[in-house]
Design a protein. Structure first.
Ligand code: HEC
Ligand code: HEC
Ligand code: HEC
Ligand code: HEC
Ligand code: HEC
Length: 219
């Protein structure tokens, strides 16, 4: 089922309920089985609401981009809009204390002050969209979230999977595996020959972005 399309349709108020019932049906094997005792066993970390990726993206298989709607469309993935949470939680698990906290933020029209885990300094240019939509010989379908963030769907509390995450060396280590990156780097030093020129192009004929140049990542 294409849950993304379902959500778009749910924006139309008339079909909203029908769509909710479809989502509800889809989740029914797990829905409403959690007790307050089970909830208490889920670690919550420092987050204002005990939100578990394992429960949502793992056990209930909700696709990452169903919630992180900005990841493929813009520079930042950002926290999911609260409407998306409430799309389910107006009906689902409404008696759990942590879901009540969510409903309270919603009623008070206050944003949830999520604690940010992954961060690079402001002088670094990192664009999610370009990575998720990247198509090349190494990543023919673009980069999966897990390539960089690790198995988030298995985590109750999100943490940095790779301790080097966000370091300059971490970025470059991957960038240097992209076809054309090394050749292009060398060509900058000694001047291009015909082979390096060829490697600087994608099979489609466009120039590859220069993945090792300082100005690519620094503003
Ligand atoms: C597609 C439906 C869906 C969406 C969207 C959704 N949830 Fe849930 N959520 C569930 C289900 C199913 C459970 C498990 C309920 C149970 O087993 O009783 C759950 C459980 C929870 C719980 C209790 C257990 C846990 O995971 O910690 C919290 C808190 C929660 N959700 C918060 C949120 C927040 C915040 C958002 C928005 C960022 C959100 N949910 C979006 C379906 C959804
Ligand atoms: C039900 C909605 C929902 C789904 C599905 C979901 N997320 Fe999240 N995600 C959130 C919320 C809410 C936060 C902020 C709270 C937190 O950090 O747990 C978050 C935080 C994150 C963060 C940390 C952001 C930071 O502060 O650095 C990453 C990385 C992330 N999600 C990746 C993923 C990936 C990868 C998937 C799919 C495997 C996924 N998410 C599925 C709601 C969701
Ligand atoms: C190429 C590596 C890479 C991939 C692939 C990737 N991310 Fe990220 N992610 C990062 C980096 C680096 C940051 C820190 C960005 C910043 O601070 O500006 C980040 C930050 C985040 C955040 C925190 C909020 C923000 O945007 O800064 C969320 C949420 C997130 N990623 C979710 C996702 C999801 C969902 C996917 C898949 C659809 C994904 N990421 C794919 C590297 C990646
Ligand atoms: C796991 C691999 C991987 C990691 C880690 C990674 N990147 Fe990338 N990056 C890519 C790929 C693939 C592309 C797209 C290449 C293409 O379009 O041919 C890319 C492209 C870019 C671009 C060029 C976008 C454009 O088209 O103009 C920038 C800027 C960038 N990355 C910054 C970063 C920064 C900053 C980090 C570290 C915080 C990082 N990347 C980490 C794989 C990665
Ligand atoms: C693929 C992306 C990428 C490229 C290319 C890149 N950098 Fe960086 N650079 C980063 C990231 C990410 C950080 C932040 C690391 C951190 O937080 O420790 C950084 C940090 C730095 C810092 C440290 C700043 C500080 O105050 O801590 C300097 C200096 C720097 N880069 C210079 C360069 C120079 C010079 C080049 C070209 C030879 C270059 N960078 C190319 C991603 C990149």
């Amino acid at each position: 089922m294409n849950i993304d399309k379902l959500y778009l349709r749910s924006l139309g108020a008339a079909v909203g309920l029908a769509v909710m019932l479809a989502v509800f049906g889809f989740l029914s094997p797990v829905y409403a089985q959690m007790t307050e005792e089970q909830l208490a066993k889920i670690p919550g970390g420092d987050q204002p609401i005990k939100f578990s990726h394992k429960v949502h993206a793992g056990d209930n298989e909700i696709p990452c981009q169903y919630c992180h709607i900005y990841a493929r469309r813009s520079q930042v993935s950002g926290a999911p809009p609260m409407q998306i949470c409430m799309g389910c939680h107006k009906l689902i698990a409404t008696n759990l204390s942590e879901v009540k906290k969510l409903a309270k933020f919603w009623e008070d029209k206050k944003p949830i002050p999520w604690v940010k885990i992954h961060d690079v300094p402001d002088f670094v240019r990192f664009i999610h969209q370009k990575h998720i939509n990247a198509r090349n010989e190494v990543y023919p379908k673009g980069l999966a979230c897990q390539t960089c963030h690790g198995p988030i769907q298995e985590m109750h509390v999100v943490k940095k999977f790779n301790p080097s995450f966000g370091d300059m060396g971490w970025c470059l280590e991957c960038h240097l595996t992209i076809p054309g990156a090394l050749e292009r780097k060398r060509a900058m030093a000694v001047g291009p020959d015909s082979k390096t020129l060829k490697n600087m192009l994608r099979p489609s004929g466009e120039y590859r972005p220069n993945l090792t140049d300082c100005m690519t990542c620094h503003k």
